[in-house]
Design a protein around this ligand. Structure first.
Ligand code: FAD
Length: 393
């Protein structure tokens, strides 16, 4: 079935990456293990170390800092292939190569790049995203976690809390959006600070949830957490310049990365239902021979193909450094909404077995329904597209 998976003109090295990742998933991520990891909200650290040893975490990082990129298309292909085994390796890969590698490459100070990128490229350190708060979802400019300077500007003191901080339990740093001035200035008084997860005054508490259970998602509390001013992302010159980091090119890549997970999960669901429909017999023939089932599967594959084009077109634009805020929002919107439809169709094809243990489908369903919400909801993408295209409000 390989002709479904690659573009005719996909560079050879990406084909090789796909092969390596597929073998990795087959060998290291059997279904029984995936079920266990999902139940326990975790991923195996030793298997992630094996993944990192292949060098893939360096795909978003330039060779100057020990990487082999930036190669956004290659990194997206890695996410796609890893998602055949669910989110368990794609998740930590993203925390390292994207939350870490993309953001520090784009926004880090020279010292931060030199200190962090070589370690990120080797998969030795990982980041978590601290954006959402109890009262802050899509409206990120209204964050309330505060950061103030002390010790003549040498120390930053953080107070407040973040919600849904996925991977705070295993990450080394929280890439944290903070209010560094008066709230009424909205976009002008935001900064990013790197907060070590072992800092004094930082505590966390996991939030039970049904999707993307490769790790915990936690409430994180900062009770006057003190970090050196060198931890301000981009250095002290970038104090109060957080919004441009959030809304800049790194956000386009972030939309692409979450879209790649969405696509990868939908593809895994289609392939599971496709195989299952040939094995399950009812009324004297495989269910795939019943026309409505057959058509449902073909429609799912067709929609998946449209998703593939939007995803890789967005990735290519980002790789080329072209403006792509509209295209990446369209990809995030279209792929998330379409993937929910595709996965629910596949679940129906599998009947009761699409809802129960012994198959991946029930997990795909749980993972996919969150995709129109996380990483900027579908409505946020619609708002961005309308605004960027100048539609009067
Ligand atoms: C498993 C999981 C992991 C997560 N991981 C992280 C993480 O690591 N770091 C992090 O910072 N966050 C994380 N999140 C949070 C996620 O990013 C937020 O859920 C997302 O930003 C949406 O915020 P909200 O759920 O509070 O929805 P809200 O912003 O409250 O929106 C609720 C609904 O109202 C709609 N809406 C809101 N405003 C408008 C508007 N102006 N126009 C039209 N419609 C609107 C939305 O589209 C949505 O349908 C995670 C969430 C989950 C479930």
């Amino acid at each position: 079935m390989s002709s479904h998976h690659t573009f005719a003109d996909e560079p050879e090295h990406i084909g090789l990456l796909r092969e390596t990742m597929r073998r990795f998933v087959e060998k290291e991520m059997p279904r029984e293990k995936r079920e266990e990891w999902d139940r326990n909200h975790t991923f195996p650290r030793d298997i992630f170390a094996k993944l990192a040893a292949t060098g893939v975490c360096g795909l978003t990082i330039s060779d100057e800092f020990g990487g082999q990129g930036p190669d956004i298309v290659g990194a997206v292909a890695v996410i796609e292939e890893l998602c055949r085994g669910g989110p368990f390796m794609a998740g930590p890969f993203i925390h390292t190569a994207f939350y870490g590698g993309v953001n520090i490459s784009e926004n880090g100070s020279p010292e931060q790049k030199a200190a962090l990128l070589p370690k990120l490229a080797k998969g030795e350190i990982t980041f978590a995203y601290g954006l959402s708060e109890p009262d802050v979802g899509g409206d990120l400019a209204s964050v309330r976690t505060t950061a103030r300077m002390e010790d003549d500007g040498k120390t930053v003191v953080i107070k407040g809390s973040k919600r849904w901080c996925t991977g705070a339990d295993f990450a080394d740093f929280i890439y944290c959006l903070v209010r560094s001035g008066e709230p009424d200035a909205r976009y002008k008084n935001l900064s990013f600070v790197l907060i070590p997860t072992d800092a004094a005054g930082l505590t966390m508490h996991p939030i039970d949830h049904m999707n993307l259970r490769y790790t915990l998602s936690s409430d994180v509390f900062f009770d006057d957490v003190r970090v050196p001013a060198e931890n301000i992302v981009g250095g002290t010159d970038n104090w109060n310049r957080g919004w441009k980091m959030l809304a800049g090119p790194a956000l386009d890549v972030e939309k692409i990365e979450i879209t790649a997970v969405t696509f990868g999960i939908a593809q895994a669901a289609v392939e599971e239902a496709w195989v299952y429909s040939q094995e399950r017999e009812q009324f004297g023939k495989p269910i795939c021979a019943h026309q409505t089932v057959r058509h449902a599967l073909v429609d799912a594959r067709t929609k998946l193909q449209a998703c593939r084009h939007m995803l890789y077109h967005g990735a290519w634009l980002a790789q080329e450094g072209r403006p792509c805020s509209v295209e990446t929002s369209m990809a995030k919107l279209f792929v998330a909404e379409t993937a929910v439809d595709v996965v629910l169709t596949c679940q129906k094809v599998m009947g009761a077995y699409g809802l129960s243990e012994g198959h991946d489908m029930q997990r795909h369903v749980r993972d996919i329904v969150g995709m129109p919400i996380v990483g900027g909801s579908s409505n946020m993408q619609r708002n961005n597209i309308a605004n960027r295209l100048g539609l009067p409000a």
